[in-house]
Ligand binder design. Structure first.
Ligand code: 4YB
Length: 464
């Protein structure tokens, strides 16, 4: 694999100008066209006042305009903070000033064409009559801080995780090697750019000089046409399998973001899809451990340039893909201990020569004085052939303190009552969920996140 020595789109444009870099809907883009487009857009951003090291919030769903803005802002030397368009205005009004955001760019879903100019809002309102001088792109430097990616904590404001280009590339190299992703392959941008899983796809594409496929407005099975690789959260793959709509071109799927049911990878492998089970997180720029699905629970071993330790049942990580820190009040806060380890708060164990992720250390709760580890109940639920995803969370209860409820995604041919009848005899009284809810779609993007499911379940349970 080549060492990238320029902005990656320019690096590939210099080496294979006419090769296909991108497919947007049905439109092909060569590396040359992509590089010229990014360079023109970067010049426009810089005319509008974007300076090296400025933090630029980039809000939007995946689209060509989002991708081009992401690349062009990086080429200006700015640090890009991709934002989920669903984040409420009240949260942004606290978060953005605390991060020192200089400019805000909101990309509307209708920006389907490829604008050479996007209007930035300056933040806080920087009123100026002067047109800033146009600057040359700064030189590519792998050690430069490139992106801020939000990750939700268990409480408070989301944390902004800062990655240098070198971390994204180190992350990409491990996955490219493991999954044998080559310049002849294509990866669908199947997960959002505002999540580390979407940026992981972009950096694998740029590092390998392969082809990226962007088909934002289509159902997944259409978007996947003529793609060889995709990153999926378990629900997306369950749906494709249930609909029987897996395209022939799809040969490899990287799964992650949440526990991956064995039944899922077994079904997909039986249909000719090679599946990799991954364990990753924002702080490590996506995948840390992964393995080809082999019918055994577990997420394999650390990829190239990552290390794992398990200390007192907690998974610790370090390696070249690690973030430079969290961004707070204009400075980087370290995220490691004095030995350079990041403490994940995930509980894990090395068993049969691979890592097993057991759940979040902080998920244990108490009901009437009895300790409940939700993952134990989830594992039973996932053993039911019709349960695709399961999440057990506590809701507050006057008598018991907290009680478990089950939020599950099941195949349509089975009812929640049937699941309850099946599960109840397998559990001690205090472990039995007091309610069963269908997992709503809004909680399924990017891997199920417990804090969000818990807040949702608490509200539904309260309202009867
Ligand atoms: C897990 C878990 C697992 C994460 N078992 N808990 O490119 C990829 O690696 C990818 C491909 C497909 C789908 C998602 C991805 C990701 O990047 C996911 C990264 C992610 O979820 N980051 S996060 O910061 O939002 O959440 C991290 C947490 O998610 C971890 O600390 C775990 O608790 C959980 N998780 N993979 C069980 N295989």
């Amino acid at each position: 694999m080549a060492g990238i020595t320029d902005w990656p789109w320019r690096y590939w444009a210099a080496r294979k100008p006419q090769a296909l870099a991108l497919t947007v809907e049905a439109q092909p883009w060569s590396w040359q066209r992509l590089a010229s487009h990014c360079t023109a857009l970067a010049a426009d951003f810089s005319r509008q006042g974007v300076n090296p090291d400025d933090i630029v919030a980039l809000r939007g769903k995946n689209s060509a305009a989002m991708l081009f803005s992401y690349l062009a802002l990086l080429q200006c030397g700015a640090r890009v903070l991709p934002l989920n368009p669903q984040l409420p205005a009240a949260l942004l009004s606290t978060l953005l000033p605390s991060l020192g955001v200089a400019h805000f760019l909101s990309v509307a879903p209708s920006d389907a064409d490829f604008p050479l100019s996007c209007n930035l809002l300056h933040y806080p309102d920087k009123v100026t009559d002067e047109t800033p001088p146009e600057r040359q792109s700064p030189a590519w430097q792998a050690s430069r801080l490139a992106t801020l990616t939000l990750t939700s904590g268990s409480s408070g404001l989301p944390k902004a995780v800062v990655h240098a280009f070198s971390a994204h590339i180190a992350s990409a190299q491990g996955v490219i090697e493991l999954m044998a992703f080559t310049a002849q392959d294509s990866w669908l941008l199947s997960l959002p750019l505002f999540h580390v899983s979407g940026q992981g796809i972009v950096w694998r594409w740029l590092t390998a000089g392969a082809r990226l496929v962007l088909r934002s407005a289509q159902p997944l099975e259409h978007a996947l046409q003529d793609c060889s690789y995709a990153s999926l959260v378990p629900t997306q793959l369950w749906r494709l399998l249930a609909q029987g709509t897996l395209p022939d071109s799809l040969s490899a799927v990287l799964l992650g973001g949440a526990a991956i049911p064995l039944e899922l990878t077994q079904q997909a492998e039986a249909r000719g899809i090679r599946c990799w089970c991954g364990y990753g997180m924002t702080e490590m720029a996506s995948t840390v451990c992964a393995k080809r699905a082999d019918g055994q629970a577990g997420v394999g071993l650390p990829l190239l340039a990552r290390e794992i330790a398990v200390q007192d049942g907690e998974i610790l990580l370090r390696g070249d893909s690690m973030a430079a820190g969290y961004w707070r009040d204009g400075a980087l806060l370290p995220l490691t201990d004095s030995d350079g380890w990041f403490h994940t708060r995930d509980s894990g164990v090395f068993q049969y020569h691979e890592l097993h992720v057991l759940g979040r250390l902080d998920n244990q709760f108490f009901s009437g004085g009895e300790g409940i580890q939700p993952e134990n109940i989830e594992a039973l639920l996932l053993a039911h052939p019709k349960v695709r995803q399961a999440c057990v969370v506590p809701v507050s209860d006057a008598e018991f303190g907290q009680r478990p409820v089950a939020v599950i995604d099941v195949s349509p041919e089975v009812t929640l009552t049937a699941i309850c009848d099946w599960l109840t005899p397998q559990l001690a009284g205090f472990q039995r969920p007091v309610a069963y809810y269908a997992l709503p779609t809004e909680l399924q993007g990017g891997g199920i996140k417990i804090a969000r499911v818990q807040a949702w379940a608490e509200k539904i349970y309260r309202n009867g």
